[in-house]
Write a new protein. Structure first.
Ligand SMILES: [Zn+2]
Length: 361
């Protein structure tokens, strides 16, 4: 037993181990612990920096998020406003369409009543639109009623209505410069001999009376449509030639429904529609549902027409703000062929066809 103690003591001595050493060791441990704590503290400090960075990051992220939310909110607001505008436009369009539909229905009923030939005219409302609500449409913002979609071609109409006998005869010897307006009229049975269907896209399928146009004008219209397409502008032909007989049916329907005085306010009398020259086409674009509406003038397509039609010999016959000089409200869809030279001059001078030809309207 003693031996073991002696060995143990020796071992302690050899190892330099004493309670003090033990204490030192403990101190060392403490130091280590402290060091470790320091390290930890350092680490904590580092972590603290990291945390600061993290917090900064978080703050920035929060700010970014806030910003994004604000942006989103603004976007949502803008979107809502846009939607509201679109809705308003849609409502307006719907109202216009409804009005056009009602008118078409009324036209049809008038037609049935008068037992005249059945012809729901694709352009039946255009003339009506031409002269209606003159004041408010001067700014071009208010829609003209749309032409209803084309329907059946009409049969020849033998009757010549007893209207406007005092009117002045249009001078057909002027060829493509003939003026037909409220003052100058064509014989009711006048029909150009060179009518063809232009090879362009139409807003409807099939061939109707209104699909036709005089050959020289049709050729130019084909070029115009092709070049528009190349420019990324899609146009559709809606309504070209309209016979005197068809205009007669339309006009009589309006008279039967609204009375002559009222009908004269919005519809061309037989012989007075420029469509009868075969030099006119109403054109539109899918962007406005192929409607004959003043809205077209503010679209890419409408602007393209206004800027380029003259190169092909066409003028926007009833331009914006021309009402007092043509007798018709703004019709960005109604283009009239007059030939490249005259069209260019008319456009550059800001003239009407009447002014260019020095005749009245
Ligand atoms: Zn027209």
């Amino acid at each position: 037993m003693k031996k073991i103690v002696a060995v143990s003591t020796l071992a302690l001595l050899l190892a330099g181990c004493n309670p003090g050493d033990q204490e030192a060791q403990d101190n060392s441990k403490t130091e280590q612990a402290n060091k470790s704590a320091d390290e930890k503290a350092t680490s904590d400090n580092e972590k603290s920096d990291a945390e600061v960075a993290k917090e900064k990051e978080a703050k920035e992220a929060a700010e970014a998020k806030k910003e994004a939310e604000a942006k989103k909110e603004a976007e949502a607001k803008a979107e809502a406003e846009k939607k509201a505008e679109e809705q308003a436009a849609a409502d307006k369009k719907t109202a216009d369409e409804k009005a056009a539909e009602e008118k078409a229905a009324a036209d049809k009923s008038a037609e049935d009543k008068t037992t005249e030939e059945k012809s729901s005219d694709a352009s039946s409302t255009e003339d009506k639109a031409e002269d209606k609500s003159t004041d408010k449409k001067e700014d071009g913002k208010t829609d003209s009623a749309q032409d209803p979609e084309p329907a059946k071609p009409s049969k020849p109409e033998s009757e010549t209505p007893d209207v406007d006998k005092s009117n002045t005869k249009a001078d057909l010897s002027l060829g493509e410069l003939v003026v037909v307006n409220k003052k100058y009229s064509l014989p009711i049975d006048y029909k150009p001999s060179d009518l063809v269907v232009p090879n362009v896209s139409f807003s409807y399928s099939g061939v109707l009376e209104q699909s036709y146009m005089r050959a020289p004008a049709a050729k130019q219209m084909e070029k115009m449509f092709a070049d528009a397409k190349a420019d990324g502008v899609t146009l559709n032909a809606v309504s070209g030639f309209r016979s005197g007989s068809r205009q007669t049916v339309l006009y009589n329907n309006y008279v039967a429904r609204d009375g002559k005085a009222a009908a004269d306010q919005y519809s061309a009398r037989p012989g007075h529609s420029e469509h009868q020259t075969g030099l006119v086409f109403d054109i539109s674009a899918p962007s406005v549902g192929n409607g004959l509406t003043a809205e077209l003038g503010d679209t890419k397509e409408g602007k393209w027409i206004a800027n380029n039609a003259a190169k092909y010999g066409f003028i926007v016959r009833y331009d914006r703000g021309f009402q007092s000089r043509t007798g018709y409200t703004y019709e960005p869809w109604h283009i009239r062929y007059v030939g490249v030279g005259p069209a260019t001059q008319i456009k550059n001078n800001g003239q009407t066809l009447e002014e260019y030809m020095k005749v009245g309207h």
